[in-house]
Design a protein around this ligand. Sequence first.
Ligand SMILES: NC(=O)c1ccc[n+]([C@@H]2O[C@H](COP(=O)([O-])OP(=O)(O)OC[C@H]3O[C@@H](n4cnc5c(N)ncnc54)[C@H](OP(=O)(O)O)[C@@H]3O)[C@@H](O)[C@H]2O)c1
Length: 266
Amino acid sequence: MPTAIVTGGTDGIGRALADVYLSRGHDVLVVGTNAEKGDAFLRAAGSAAGDRARFLRADLSLVAGNRHVIDWITERYATIDVLILGARFHRSTRVETADGFESNFALYYLSRYLLSHGLADPLRRAEHPVVLNFGGAGLTGPVRWDDLQLHRDYPGTGALGHSAALCDLLGVHFTEVYAVPCVLNHPGVVATSFAGEYDAATAAHVDGLRTSGKPVAEAVAQILPFLDAPSPGLTAVLEGRRIAFTADSAGAARLDDITRKLLAGL
Ligand SMILES: NC(=O)c1ccc[n+]([C@@H]2O[C@H](COP(=O)([O-])OP(=O)(O)OC[C@H]3O[C@@H](n4cnc5c(N)ncnc54)[C@H](OP(=O)(O)O)[C@@H]3O)[C@@H](O)[C@H]2O)c1
């Protein structure tokens, strides 16, 4: 039975992709913090899905949360065919996690780093594995090398984009090390929950996006062909179109080195 793991699978584009894979007969695990949303996924899957549909509650902004998820998954799934990295949580003001990391850096980048490296072995056991990382697809840089965790001039919404640029570098390094195809997807503006805490001005803007964004089903239709027939290596996709992407291998190795050192003490 093919397996799909979806972080951010309790809502938005991730939830819709989880539903697609479930309807195709995959074993599907969705990961999120909200038990009600997780139960809603299981209820919608129905008894026919049995334990093909699973929900794991975990806070992926914490290193320990990611390590728990990796252990939980590797105990239960020998292979992973599809790994979708979609969890995010916007913050208008800078917040640090209990590990001391800036919250977007922790959830949007570091979690994806831990999960993709931590699940590389079951991915490599699959015949045609693919990783979908909702990164910036090369469109959301530059990287602030002297301030990766945004201590100065915290950019609010821009913090998501900055983490997405780090995910692009993660994708470059990951495909160089493991030879597992990876898709960096920028879906455009999609009418989802836009999970987060917003200041008043941003909240008003985001309320508009929740209705003016394209339907989730459209975003899913745009990305599925790239997951169903992944090209080797790295593919950058913007709203269903493959786009040119310059792989910054030196930057990717630099970020990997920094990340390893950050994680070493934890
Ligand atoms: N929507 C857009 O217009 C847009 C544009 C560009 C890029 N993207 C990217 O596309 C991806 C999917 O976005 P979306 O808009 O579909 O998502 P969304 O509706 O905002 O949902 C966010 C997901 O992240 C999960 N999450 C939040 N905090 C978490 C935590 N601490 N630990 C674990 N899970 C957590 C939420 O689950 P719980 O509620 O269960 O915690 C939820 O499933 C994201 O990477 C996003 O940045 C979206």
